[in-house]
Ligand binder design. Structure first.
Ligand SMILES: Nc1ncnc2c1ncn2[C@@H]1O[C@H](COP(=O)(O)OP(=O)(O)OP(=O)(O)O)[C@@H](O)[C@H]1O
Length: 282
């Protein structure tokens, strides 16, 4: 299927925006069982944080796996920048600039923080580039500089998450896929992990995020996508999704006035402001 790619889109309000990723009618599933994604259409704006929410089993993680090449769509197209990527191997997709930070904890506990991060540059052949990127990441993430020579296994869960995300940046991706970054972490660490997503955006990256803590994640996101039963049910700005009464009732724990205590810990996260002076990693 030939993707109908248009890099510049005009929204209903007449605002022009650049798209970095587009999924059209994506149908995908696993060997056992039928199709999990039943025709997903999704657009991701450049330099956004787009958060996918929805009930368990809706197919949120499956969307990320289809984009990163871990799962091959049976039907449909996925276009990244100007390239049709559906069906490409994960390594090719990685080389094009899409990194997926996995859901499960994936650091080598007995290696140092620096050694783990260096592994993220395994596709780079130029050792001086690897060294330069490593240095840049140590400047961007003070934690990484401070704990560079410590065993990764000795870091807290939230710190390990930051290292995993930073490791993904070694290839200087344009698009970062974050699959439930707060999974298995204490609620108080959620704010810290979501702040890393905001930091990625400030670096000029685009972030596609799946997160069970939907309200907190939408607060730091620019756009929201609601999935249900393998389809996209609703898309909009994160504020539109947050203030949609039906979505609030179904997926955000009731009305806006009834925050959970966990969300109270994160509602102080400032809403990101769309800026043009973003900093690109060299
Ligand atoms: N490796 C797999 N093999 C077979 N079925 C799978 C596999 N991974 C996921 N599924 C099934 O695909 C469906 C969608 O899973 P997916 O993980 O994409 O949902 P999700 O929306 O991310 O939900 P959750 O929040 O529970 O992770 C579920 O029914 C799940 O059981």
């Amino acid at each position: 299927m030939q993707p109908s790619w248009k890099p510049i889109w005009e929204t209903e309000s007449g605002r022009q925006c650049a798209m970095v990723l587009r999924l059209e009618n994506v149908v995908a599933g696993y060997d056992e069982g039928g199709d999990v994604l039943k025709g997903v259409n999704l657009e991701v704006e450049k330099n956004s944080i787009t958060c996918i929410i929805g009930p368990n089993g809706a197919g949120k993680s499956t969307v990320l796996r289809s984009i990163s090449g871990l799962l091959k769509p049976r039907i449909g197209s996925i276009t990244f920048q100007d390239r049709a990527i559906a069906g490409m191997k994960p390594r090719q997709i990685l080389a094009l600039g899409i990194v997926q930070v996995p859901q499960n904890h994936s650091l080598f506990n007995d290696m140092t923080v620096r050694e783990n991060i260096r592994l993220g540059g395994y596709l780079l052949r130029d050792s001086s580039l690897v060294a330069r990127r490593l240095q840049e990441l140590e400047e961007l993430f003070p934690l990484i500089k401070e704990r560079a020579n410590d065993r990764a296994g000795d870091l807290s869960g939230g710190q390990q998450r930051t290292v995993e995300i930073a490791r993904g940046l070694m290839l200087d991706p344009a698009l970062v896929l974050l699959d439930e970054p707060s999974l298995g972490l204490a609620p108080k660490v959620l704010k810290q992990v979501l702040a890393t997503a905001t930091q990625l955006r400030e670096m000029g990256k685009t972030v596609l995020l799946v997160e069970q803590n939907a309200r907190s994640a939408l607060h730091i996101s620019t756009h929201g996508v609601v999935m249900e039963s393998g389809r996209v049910r609703l898309t909009g700005s994160s504020q539109e999704i947050l203030h949609n009464p039906e979505i609030g009732h179904l997926y955000l724990g009731g009305s806006l006035s009834s925050h959970t205590s966990q969300d109270d810990a994160t509602n102080s996260v400032e809403l990101p402001v769309r800026t043009s002076d973003t900093q690109e990693m060299p």
